[in-house]
Design a binder for this molecule. Structure first.
Ligand SMILES: Cc1cc2nc3c(=O)[nH]c(=O)nc-3n(C[C@H](O)[C@H](O)[C@H](O)COP(=O)(O)OP(=O)(O)OC[C@H]3O[C@@H](n4cnc5c(N)ncnc54)[C@H](O)[C@@H]3O)c2cc1C
Length: 348
């Protein structure tokens, strides 16, 4: 493999039912930063599906300079084999230096398959991506390579943070969970160069047949979309006592979320869990109520604009990331705060 042949930052632009997934736009935002650090002029989105050309302009508005479109009836719904063939063929043909994929159900299936097929490495669930030297600190007798993709992610059950590189193979591949990277402000009317590419699809024994698609209907709100999150932990004490958080959320037009301890106790559904094994959130205001601030929880909420912690233990680690902290019993503080806010908002 001649590494020099591989150029440019590519993202897999996931779409489902002809609708772009938010992660595609988030990856474009990060890809732009990486391309700048590599002195690359173009960011490329790879769009795979059936009759998906109408999505090109949105990708352009969110930062794609070029869109490679693989359009074929075989690609109507996601299936491992034809999508792997499509993306691996794009890599063989266009030779990207970096390829980012969303750590969604689709991306987690597709990314490793593709990396194995093109014989390169993949770092899953990255929380940070940078361009830099590898090894990070020069080691005598070992070549230090420059302008490598440095992929950072929690390791050993979240007890440490590892930075991983792929210096000997290309493309350098990473998956990133939704909510971790930020979209750019869209540039209305931006246009991208469009390249149509179809490697041809020959059905083989690995092709699955979809008999029926049954969509899960979520009964809970999407906490990643919420502007205000009122998040509760084990300190709330019971499922019933979440009522005081519901009341606060109602006054603020916010949404209730929770820590993993709450999900494990069966008080709230997993869809509301914030953290490393839950969702990554970035609201304008995040209330952490009766949450200790374990590293795995903080990993999912530390990028919130404003963090307000309520905890009876003044040494709780949540106060290290909080902008405002209230030390005391949440059973007294939360209802009092709700009442004050209600009164203040009624005056307006
Ligand atoms: C691989 C792995 C992945 C994980 N992923 C996640 C994840 O995605 N999300 C996540 O949240 N956790 C995750 N965890 C678990 C994490 O390590 C913690 O165990 C969990 O976050 C603790 O939840 P908690 O803060 O609600 O509970 P606790 O740690 O028990 O904290 C309860 C807090 O409530 C306070 N409190 C109690 N009563 C009151 C009161 N009356 N008034 C005010 N404060 C009070 C206490 O002082 C304490 O600080 C993961 C762990 C592992 C090993």
């Amino acid at each position: 493999m001649s590494l020099e042949e591989y150029k440019g930052v590519f993202i897999f632009a996931q779409q489902v039912d002809n609708e772009l997934s938010g992660i595609a736009l988030e990856l474009l935002g990060k890809a732009k930063d990486l391309a700048k650090d590599l002195d690359e002029k173009k960011v490329t989105a790879v769009l795979i599906g059936d009759k998906v050309g109408n999505l090109v302009d949105t990708l352009a508005e969110y930062g794609a300079d070029r869109v490679i479109v693989v359009d074929d009836p075989e690609l109507k719904d996601y299936r491992t084999e034809p999508y792997t063939h499509a993306l691996a063929s794009v890599i063989d043909e266009f030779k990207p230096e970096i390829l980012l994929v969303g750590a969604t159900a689709i991306g987690r299936d597709l990314g490793p398959r593709v990396s194995s097929r093109v014989h390169t490495g993949l770092t899953a669930d990255c929380t940070q991506l940078d361009i830099g030297d590898f090894p990070l600190v020069a080691v005598p007798g070992q070549e230090q390579k420059h302008k490598q993709l440095l992929m950072t992610r929690p390791a050993f059950g979240g007890n440490t943070i590892a930075t991983i590189a792929c210096p000997d193979f290309r493309p350098q591949m990473a998956t990133v969970r939704p909510g971790v990277m930020q979209k750019i402000t869209p540039v209305k009317g931006a246009k991208a160069e469009v390249v149509e590419f179809n490697p041809g699809f020959k059905e083989n024994a690995c092709y699955t047949k979809i008999l029926e698609i049954v969509k899960a209907v979520s009964e809970v709100e999407d906490i990643q979309e919420a502007k205000i999150l009122v998040s509760g932990g084990r300190g709330v004490g019971s499922a019933e006592n979440f009522k005081i958080l519901d009341d606060l959320a109602k006054v603020l037009h916010g949404t209730v979320s929770c820590s993993r301890a709450v999900v494990d106790s069966g008080w709230k559904p997993k869809d509301l869990q914030v953290g490393q094994t839950g969702k990554t959130v970035r609201p304008k205001v995040y209330f952490a109520i009766g949450i200790s601030g374990a590293i795995q929880h903080v990993a999912g909420m530390e990028e919130s604009d404003l963090i307000i912690a309520i905890n009876k233990d003044e040494n709780a680690p949540i106060f290290d990331v909080a902008d405002y902290g209230v030390v005391g019993d949440l059973n007294k503080i939360v209802p009092a705060l709700t009442k004050k806010l209600e009164a203040a908002l009624a005056e307006k």
